[in-house]
Design a protein around this ligand. Structure first.
Ligand code: NAG
Ligand code: NAG
Ligand code: NAG
Ligand code: NAG
Length: 613
């Protein structure tokens, strides 16, 4: 692969503003080409690109195309920076009137150096805001896709489409379907801007010459115009890869933009060391339907602010995952202590969840053509969600970790839309860690609040996710929640419901259908605040579950909690896979006695506090 850095443009506007600037603050910069203007710490714009591409084995050669006017500046820069001077190509132009245009500049290197390789071409006088991205990821995506590649970014609010090459990208194939060079805003809704940062396969390079033959005017010889032609007219496949960062100093800019970039860049530099990001995901209660729902059913669930998992991320030299002192113990008081803790807690802490989430995240971004910044991080977590009582503690850790990674690498919601994020979290658990689970918990933890979910089979198969409807959380009634203080005491017998369902067992299939019906009725009951109706549905929901999962599988502890709740006039059901119950108490007078009874029986009980986004 060859790399070509284009710096042959004549930065007329910026240069004349620097020259005419009244205070004289910028007089030392007069005549200096844009790519060699100093950034913070004296580092020049071109230095950054040279650092990015000057990595052994990625490129066989790096070329710089400049104009005759500024050639000397670049020659000086090259000797000072260990850049091969013989690789600087002088295009002979001295003013913007005589410039060749970037397409001709690129064609000039390719023709004069007679190389037969794939080419990456970059405008060496613009900058990404996050200068620290991994160029190897870009090349990997290019080789993988086996088509041409254009880098794009999401424009910031103030940026105008009229000054950029705007692309429309197919989210599935990542193919660029439309390219508009500097369109007016009504032409396309897309805010994705392509910059001069492309990879071309060697077999496509002859089209540069063809294009030049057809386009003699210099304003048609911009790379954006060529790309528009390549995509519109030749049918050659061009893929898009997103950099999750903005670009600055693109094309003709003025002094104020240069100053703005300096200011923004220096504030970023100062912010780096201290910046750490903490993200939280909440426990959930399943209010109606079959828990987890891997059965194409319907459910209603709600996140609660009683319990949560936090993940925290900050930049560091290496990627470090920190074990949680309680959940991933590596030090014990004694061998006896180790024995006791292992027996009670098992071996499955949260560290594996962090590791699996990071692994999947990297994989997702590589496959989706998102070039992550080259930054390492330290990641840790904390959680107060009681373990093994079915309140979705594991997926809360995964979902908090994912939030952190997205923020750390500047991904936006559209890079991993909510329904797909729920699938992502599920896959971390089912594919990486072989945990049996369904979508419900991940959906409600991603959407947050009170959510109605329909996992209709056709819908899931067609679009890859169900229909998720956020409900008004102020409708949620006052639930109580009780769970076992020591769930490891209740021996769990594995249920065969999934196997029976897969075998088409008519009782199980019918039960799943009824769960879905109960869910639809519960939605109406909640929306109309008909609590007596909701109570009835909750009890029905539990009895239905009991009938197919059997008392042996539900276990003594769960049955005891249900029984106790009912004694005090509450409707009761399990909010998850077992170990906890939720109840709806219509007579507040009963609540005090109910709580006492649960506590005396050795359970933990609390009032549910809904969590809405
Ligand atoms: C492109 O490069 C490959 C090897 O990298 C070479 O085999 C092929 O002949 C080249 N194609 C053209 C059109 O020059
Ligand atoms: C490319 O297609 C877009 C949208 O169809 C159109 O607006 C533009 O003028 C076309 N450009 C060229 C060079 O054909
Ligand atoms: C990240 O870590 C790797 C290896 O641990 C190291 O080579 C690389 O320089 C680090 N990157 C940054 C930006 O610190
Ligand atoms: C609650 O729902 C039940 C069953 O649909 C209905 O009979 C009852 O009238 C409703 N109550 C209120 C107060 O709407």
């Amino acid at each position: 692969m060859i790399c070509v850095l284009l710096v042959a443009g004549h930065g007329t506007l910026l240069e004349s503003e620097i020259k005419n600037e009244a205070t004289g603050l910028y007089s030392h910069l007069v005549g200096i080409p844009k790519a060699l203007l100093p950034g913070v710490g004296g580092k020049k714009i071109l230095d950054f690109w040279w650092e990015v591409v000057n990595i052994r084995q990625l490129f066989s050669d790096v070329y710089l195309v400049t104009n005759a006017d500024k050639y000397k500046y670049y020659e000086r820069w090259a000797t000072a920076n260990d850049f091969p001077v013989e690789n600087i190509i002088n295009d002979g132009s001295t003013t913007s009137q005589t410039q060749l245009g970037a397409v001709a500049d690129l064609e000039l290197v390719i023709r004069s150096k007679r190389f037969n390789d794939d080419v990456m071409v970059v405008a060496g006088d613009m900058l990404c805001e996050d200068l620290n991205f991994d160029i190897a990821e870009v090349l990997k995506f290019f080789k993988f896709k086996k088509g041409e590649l254009a880098i794009y970014y999401e424009m910031e609010e103030g940026e105008k489409t009229e000054s950029r090459g705007i692309v429309e990208v197919c989210p599935l194939t990542h193919r660029i379907t439309k390219f508009y060079e500097k369109p007016s805003s009504e032409v396309t809704e897309s805010r994705l801007a392509s910059v001069v940062f492309y990879c071309f396969q060697n077999k496509t390079l002859p089209t540069l010459g063809e294009y030049l033959k057809m386009h003699l005017l210099v304003e048609d010889r911009r790379l954006g115009k060529y790309m528009e032609w390549l995509i519109n007219k030749t049918g050659i496949t061009v893929f898009g890869m997103k950099l999750p960062t903005g670009f600055q100093l693109i094309g003709q800019v003025d002094l104020s933009e240069y100053k703005k970039w300096l200011a923004c860049y220096s504030s970023k530099q100062h912010g780096i060391a201290a910046k750490s990001i903490t993200c939280r995901s909440y426990a959930r209660i399943g209010i109606m339907g079959n828990p987890s729902d891997g059965f194409y059913g319907k459910t209603i669930a709600m996140t609660i602010s009683n319990f949560w998992a936090d993940a925290m991320i900050f930049e560091s030299k290496k990627v470090v995952l920190i074990p949680h002192p309680l959940n991933d113990p590596t030090e014990f008081g004694s061998l006896q202590d180790l024995h006791r803790i292992s027996r009670k807690e098992g071996y499955l802490g949260g560290l594996r969840l962090l590791q699996a989430t990071c692994k999947k995240f990297y994989q997702y971004c590589s496959e989706q053509g998102i070039a992550l910044a080259k930054r390492n991080f330290t990641l840790k977590y904390d959680t107060n969600i009681p373990r093994q009582v079915g309140l979705a503690g594991s997926s809360a850790i995964v979902s908090a970790t994912l939030k952190c990674l997205m923020k750390f690498y500047d991904l936006i919601d559209d890079d991993l839309p909510k329904p797909l994020r729920a699938n992502f979290i599920l896959n971390v658990e089912t594919e990486e860690l072989i945990i049996t689970a369904g979508l419900q918990d991940r959906v409600v933890q991603v959407y947050e609040g009170l959510v109605y979910m329909d996992f209709n089979k056709e819908l899931l198969e067609k679009q890859g996710y169900g229909s998720y409807v956020p409900m008004d959380i102020s409708c949620a009634p006052h639930f109580w929640l009780a769970y076992m203080g020591d769930p490891s005491d209740s021996g769990k017998i594995h249920s065969n419901v999934r196997q029976r369902w897969l075998n088409g067992d008519s009782d199980v299939v019918a039960a799943m259908k009824t769960f879905a019906e109960l869910t639809d009725l519960a939605k109406i009951a909640i929306e109309s605040r008909n609590w007596s109706q909701l109570s009835e549905l909750m009890n029905k929901n539990f009895e239905l579950r009991r009938s197919i999962y059997t008392d042996a599988c539900l276990g003594q502890g769960n049955l005891r909690m249900v029984e106790l709740g009912r004694q005090f006039g509450s409707a009761v059901k399990l909010p998850g896979s077992g170990g906890a119950v939720i109840g709806l108490c219509l007579d507040p007078d009963n609540l005090v006695e109910l709580k006492k009874a649960f506590q005396e029986a050795g359970f933990v009980i609390c009032d549910v506090v809904p969590y809405g986004p």
